[in-house]
Design a protein around this ligand. Structure first.
Ligand code: SF4
Ligand code: SF4
Length: 275
């Protein structure tokens, strides 16, 4: 089964994946497995790279993950193909796939499977793509021989913490602030202006030596056409207004509605807070 899945994933330009026993994962949303009738089995965890050359644009004003189309669309397309092929090849096994809204702790699973180390910034740091990866997983009730490795953490240089305007207090993360709906206080507007990003924040990732090395060595770039096509590193109000509904909903920043990203763009283009 792993050989067949490897072949399918490699055809889709995914080269960072590994199996691990479901019983060794931290199950955080058991109902997602219960409703599929899966109590035991195997998890195939994958790290999907998304950083592209467009992310190097000096005027980029979006988090790197929002430069390409929404990764949920990518996983939707990928899983439709992969699950259909797996179900045809193994008709007696159950398969289900997740990303984000997952039954398991994805970072813990990725580290257990040896895809990378856990950074102080809470992200998985892969050797090839750094932390610029989306995690996804296919869960099956089939049990295949595999082992977990020791979970490793980064060297703890704390560059991510030093650079973070919120001191890595996740409740105050500026990425979340850019996604907050409604009217922002003066202080919140100032923070976004200072950050210079209309969606998300990459400061802790950019400061990490694992990412800097991957960038320097050129391994960081995603080979996946979904992420390299239709890139938009610098968003403006004009470009936003020119988008069709379909174009807008294909972007990661659409999930908070047009008003939220339009408000941030208006703030950035004005260059000062609105009372
Ligand atoms: S994304 Fe930005 S604000 Fe959030 S933890 Fe990282 S550096 Fe801090
Ligand atoms: S910047 Fe340093 S402490 Fe932070 S995740 Fe990277 S290696 Fe770890």
């Amino acid at each position: 089964m792993f050989a067949i899945l490897s072949e399918i994933l490699k055809k889709n330009h995914i080269d960072s994946f590994a199996p691990l026993p479901l019983r060794d994962c931290k199950v955080i949303k058991p109902y997602l497995l219960e409703r599929e009738g899966i109590a035991d089995g195997t998890v195939f965890i994958m790290a999907v790279p998304y950083y592209t050359h467009a992310c190097d644009a000096p005027d980029r004003n979006l988090s790197a993950y929002a430069v390409s189309r929404d990764y949920h669309l990518f996983f939707q397309i990928l899983y439709a193909t992969v699950l259909s092929q797996l179900r045809t090849a193994f008709p007696n096994a159950k398969f289900v796939a997740f990303t984000d809204h997952s039954p398991i702790d994805e970072i813990h699973a990725a580290a257990s499977a040896g895809l990378g180390v856990i950074g102080k910034n809470g992200l998985i740091l892969t050797p090839k793509y750094g932390s610029y990866v989306f995690l996804g997983e296919i869960v099956t009730d089939a049990i295949i021989p595999c082992e977990i490795g020791e979970i490793k953490t980064c060297e703890g240089c704390m560059a991510c913490k030093r650079v973070c305007p919120a001191n890595i207090v996740k409740s105050d993360c500026l990425s979340a602030l850019t996604q907050k709906k409604g009217t922002l206080s003066l202080e919140e507007q100032e923070k976004i202006l200072h950050l210079g990003s209309v969606w998300g924040c990459d400061l802790c990732q950019a400061a990490c030596p694992h990412n800097q090395r991957a960038l320097r060595e050129g391994t960081i770039y995603s080979p996946i056409p979904f992420f390299t096509e239709q890139v938009l590193p610098h968003l403006t109000s004009e470009a936003l207004n020119a988008m069709t509904e379909a174009e807008f909903t294909s972007r990661a920043y659409s999930w908070r509605g047009k008003q939220t990203i339009a408000r941030n763009l208006g703030l950035m283009e004005k260059g000062e807070p609105t009372c």
